[in-house]
Every structure is written in C-alpha cells, then in structure tokens.
Design a protein around this ligand. Structure first.
Ligand code: PLP
Length: 308
C-alpha cells in the first residue's frame, strides 16, 4: 500500500502523518465506526469515482443503522473527495471515508461522543491480486458464520462488524487459501470476507439475497445489471453450500477485489475461470474504466484540477 500526501479530516486537509486520533476515541474501543471502500479509476474523461453516490448513500445508511448522524452532507463529502484526489495528484486510487464516534465520555452509550469523519485516498492494487483476477483464487468455507441480523446489522458497513471478516480472513490465510467464504447463521452461502459471491450452474447465475445477511454490495448491483445486459439471468436466491462445489463457475466481487474468479473451494477444483465469468469480468472492467458508454452514468468524473 502506498501513501498519499494529504488526508481530509473533519473538514481540513492534513498531512498523511498528522492524521491522528486520541487513544480514547470511542470507535477504537467499541468499533463504533462506519466506512466505505470506493475506487477511482483513470478514464478518458479524467479520474472518475465509480458509483460515488451509491457509496455515499450506503455510508449514510450504515450510520443511520447505528444511530449516528453524519456532520457533513453527501455533497460536502463528495466535494471533499474530489478535492483530495486532485490535491494528491492521483489519477486512480482507493478511497476510504470513515465516520466514527470520537473522544468523549467513555462507556457504551456513544450518543454524546462527536461523530468525526475522515477520508483517505491511496493507490491500491486489486485486493486479491492481478493474478487472482486472471487465474482465479482458492477459497475455504470458513468455520466462522457471517454475523447474524439477530445480533448485529449485516446491512451496515460498520467497523466493529469487521471482526467477523478478520477472523475468517486469518483462518483462510493460515490454512493456505486466498479468501474465505462465510455461510450465514442458517448455513446458507453468504459472501466472502469482503466480497459478494455468484454461482454459475447450467448457464444460470445465482447470488444470495438481501435476507441472507449479505452486505448490499455495489459491485454486486453492477454485476447483476451487466449480466442481464449480456443476456444472462441472475437469480437472487438462497444458495446451498454444496452448490459451491457443484458449480460450473464461481466468482466473487467487491470494490477492493473487483471481479475475481474462484477456481477451487475447500480443495475441490471448480476449474479455471469460465466463459460466463470472463464475459462479465470484461464488461465490468470496461465499465470501471469508462470504456463502455452504457455505464457512463456510474462514473463521477473528478472535476477539481490537480494542484502541483
Ligand atoms: C463484507 C463485505 N461484503 C461485500 C462487499 C462488497 O461490497 P462492494 O461491492 O460495495 O464493495 C464488501 C466490500 O465492501 C464487504 O466488506
């Protein structure tokens, strides 16, 4: 991971090394933060943030689900992000807005703690590697179940909830795999540690529904639309664990990882990236980089001129 010169912190631009929080920041102790993972791509029209409004909407929704009010509007956050990308002279980058309960009273009631907001940007290669995108990754069904809506809020991209993904990720890595696949509390396929999942069987595509404790992924939404435009049917339905290994093709998708084929699950070979995965991956990559006019409305071109 590379660094950038500046970070946006509560309305100010500060040097990367000066973007600090107090040790009694509420979120550090209790996980009371919500965040987004967004990407900006170099396109012919300039750097462009992919589905920026959708990410800002989800940030606001994540906050609402944890009784948190963002002290900046979505317009302000969008403008700050554009400005930050320009000031850091970046053509493409990962963008991490985070809103968190700051330093204030200690204890579990966070409502008197200020909500602080930071935005960081940096250059970041696809999370599971270019090789993974090309040749597919090896995944393991985790012994950890995805957080249940009976205890937490799967629809919120909240900091504390990621302890669940962290456990699954460590387990899969230590076991020699690239990624974890989590089942939900009822044993149905849910998603990866940071990606939604798709299963292709007999030419039809299935992905777990909103009710299966997934994060409502923005890549997922994009892929459902692209697959439909390519003439494939995507059914949002429960997926049984056995369908993972009986599938003709499996792929995962998330902002950090982009679209990644899965070539092996639990030491059972699924095979090299299949034809349907490849077709969708190609169009998705074109959409991200502004090469497909059908999806140009997904790109929020960065208007701020770069400052040297
Ligand atoms: C747990 C989890 N599921 C799914 C996703 C995919 O979401 P998106 O496509 O919006 O990045 C992510 C990444 O944000 C994630 O962390």
């Amino acid at each position: 991971m590379s660094t950038a010169d500046l970070i946006w912190h509560n309305g100010e631009f500060v040097a990367w090394e000066d973007a600090k929080v107090h040790v009694l920041t509420h979120a550090l102790h209790y996980g009371t933060s919500v965040f987004e993972g967004v990407r900006c791509y170099e396109t012919e029209r300039g750097p462009a943030v992919f589905r920026h409004w959708d990410h800002l909407d989800r940030l606001e929704a994540s906050a609402k689900l944890y009784y948190m009010e963002l002290p900046f509007s979505k317009d302000q956050l969008r403008e700050a992000t554009h400005d930050l990308i320009g000031r850091n002279n970046l053509r493409s980058c990962y963008i991490r807005p985070v809103a968190y309960r700051g330093h204030g009273p200690m204890g579990l009631d966070p409502e008197a703690n200020p909500v602080e907001v930071s935005i960081a940007v940096w250059e970041w290669a696809p999370y599971l590697g270019e090789e993974g995108k090309k040749h597919g990754v090896r995944a393991k069904v985790s012994s950890w179940r995805r957080i249940s809506p009976q205890s937490l809020v799967p629809h919120s991209k909240a900091g504390g909830q990621y302890l669940n993904s962290v456990l699954a990720k460590i387990e899969s890595k230590r076991g020699g795999y690239d990624e974890a696949i989590l089942l939900d509390d009822l044993g149905r396929v849910c998603e990866g540690s940071g990606e939604n999942i798709f299963v292709v069987r007999d030419g039809r595509i299935a992905t777990p529904p909103q009710t299966a404790s997934i994060l409502d992924g923005i890549s997922r939404k994009s892929i459902i639309r692209i697959a439909a435009d390519l003439g494939f049917e995507v059914v949002e339905r429960d997926v049984a664990r056995a369908e993972l290994t009986l599938a003709d093709e499996v792929f995962m998708a998330g902002t950090a990882a982009e679209l990644v084929p899965v070539r092996e699950i639990d030491d059972i070979e699924i095979g090299p990236p299949g034809e349907i995965t490849r077709q969708i991956q190609q169009v998705y990559d074109d959409a991200l980089h502004g090469r497909d006019q059908r999806y140009s409305e997904w790109l929020d071109v960065v208007a701020v001129p770069s400052k040297a």
